[in-house]
Design a protein around this ligand. Structure first.
Ligand code: FES
Ligand code: FES
Length: 179
């Protein structure tokens, strides 16, 4: 039974529903990793600075180390593990693999989730800080991609190949940067 400092929280993660009794101070990241064993959300900084803990909630990016789990009661979450369709990788995952867009891989699940969401954001016409013309269709050039993924840091410095992977998904060649 929950104490006055706890609540029952139900979240669906990668298609599986879970109900937990959680202390109100529990972050969504700790609930995922420590209570549910969902390791796709990585704990890097635990301070909202690196983006490695990013997952998707209804297609939007959530920095789970900054979010209290109780605020996500009833949420449907997708981690990088839940993006694939069976054995078939999501196109963003496949592009990261094909273009070697990682080294140690620790930031990669967050980078992949963030990329999936930012491609949708651009398709929906949501401008970024570097979008010049707010009336034109958004063209994801290198500057736009860098800005839109700027919340995801990579200590290994795989940025050129990450940008190349995004261009691969977009079906263009971009400025390259990958081997
Ligand atoms: S662990 Fe959440 S932003 Fe770094
Ligand atoms: S691949 Fe190592 S931190 Fe990004």
């Amino acid at each position: 039974m929950a104490t006055p400092f706890e609540s029952e929280v139900t979240v669906t993660v990668d298609g599986v529903a879970h109900t937990l009794t959680l202390d109100h101070r529990t972050t969504l990241l700790d609930a995922l990793r420590d209570r549910l064993g969902v390791m796709a959300a990585k704990k890097g900084c635990d301070h909202g600075q690196c983006g490695s803990c990013t997952v998707l909630e209804d297609g939007r990016r959530v920095t789970t180390c900054l979010s209290l789990a109780v605020a996500h009661d009833g949420a449907t979450l997708t981690t990088a593990d839940g993006l694939a369709d069976g054995d078939e990788l999501h196109p963003v995952q496949q592009a990261f693999v094909d273009l070697d867009a990682f080294q140690c891989g620790y930031c990669t699940p967050g980078q992949v989730c963030s990329t999936v969401a930012m491609l949708d954001e651009a398709r929906e016409g949501r401008p970024s800080h570097v979008t010049d013309d707010l009336t034109a269709e958004i063209a994801l050039d290198d500057a736009e991609i860098r800005e839109r993924l700027s919340g995801n840091l990579c200590r290994c410095g795989a940025y050129p190949n990450i940008i190349a992977a995004v261009h691969r998904v977009l079906g263009d060649t971009g400025s390259g940067g990958a081997r």
